[in-house]
Design a binder for this molecule. Structure first.
Ligand code: 13P
Length: 252
């Protein structure tokens, strides 16, 4: 059985006090009604990590960052390394989010470097992929996702792939209110699993969690999560409201 995962990507929201208070309320919720079958991960901005690691120390909810530097250490003003993230107590890092790819021009080669650094620092990676609207309209979506995975991820060994969760996030569905239909999500997730199977074999493909992201909300989560190759979600806007986020976890 593959692990079911719901991860909240807070993006650039909530100041320190707000974030710690919110993390406390999520932790309390899952302490009182533990979600045995679902791994819940919160991915706040860097400044929240150390404080949240303390709040989440009971292990009901895991912790991740949203990005890491492409270098291990040194004179890189403003950057935060994978090892620093690990030292806060976080276990995960999101790499290759479409907002990083488009606003900060992060390409496949750079994302591959970040992924290797993260894994070597002991962090699990939520590796994002997905096409923009123009690419889907031109029926290029499979090609794009294939390239993102081949160049960003497939230099890893099969052993290193154990540290990977893939998130398929069609860019046209992020923050737009448009969602991929459950069938569109399933079609792409199945394709991703087949690519992983071709490269790493059936065992690796079968245990790889593949999450869907893009306007996931309580009203559509159950249907999307019911698809056989959809193992959970990477949630943006709805992760900022306790009722919505917990309802999405319950939907699994
Ligand atoms: P929304 O859920 O706000 O569409 O964002 C999805 C996302 O980008 C998660 O990483």
């Amino acid at each position: 059985m593959r692990k079911k995962i719901v991860a909240g990507n807070w993006k650039m929201n909530m100041d320190l006090a707000e974030g710690l208070k919110f993390a406390g309320s999520i932790e309390k919720y899952f302490k009182e009604s533990p979600s045995e079958k679902v791994l819940v991960i919160l991915c706040p901005p860097f400044i929240h990590l150390a404080g949240m690691a303390d709040i989440l120390k009971h292990g009901k909810v895991a912790l991740g960052a949203q990005n890491c530097a492409a270098e291990a250490s040194g004179a890189y003003t403003g950057e935060v390394s994978a090892w620093m993230i690990k030292s806060t107590g976080a276990q995960y890092v999101i790499i290759g989010h479409s907002e990083r790819r488009s606003y900060y021009h992060e390409d496949d080669k750079l994302l591959n470097k970040k992924t290797l650094l993260a894994i070597n620092s002991g962090l699990k990676v939520i590796f994002c992929c997905g096409e923009v609207l123009k690419e889907r309209e031109a029926a290029q979506h499979f090609l794009i996702v294939r390239r993102q995975l081949e160049e960003g991820l497939f230099s890893l060994t099969a052993e290193q792939m154990d540290m990977i969760v893939i998130a398929y996030e069609p860019v046209w569905a992020i923050g737009t209110g448009l969602t991929a239909s459950p069938d569109q999500a399933q079609e792409m997730h199945k394709y991703i699993r087949e690519l992983v199977k071709e490269k790493y074999g059936n065992d690796c493909a079968k245990k790889l969690p593949i999450l869907y992201g893009g306007s996931c909300k309580p009203s559509n989560a159950a249907e999307i999560f019911s698809k056989p190759d959809v193992d959970g979600g990477l949630i943006g806007g709805a992760a900022l409201k306790k009722e919505d986020f917990t309802a999405i976890v319950e939907a699994i």
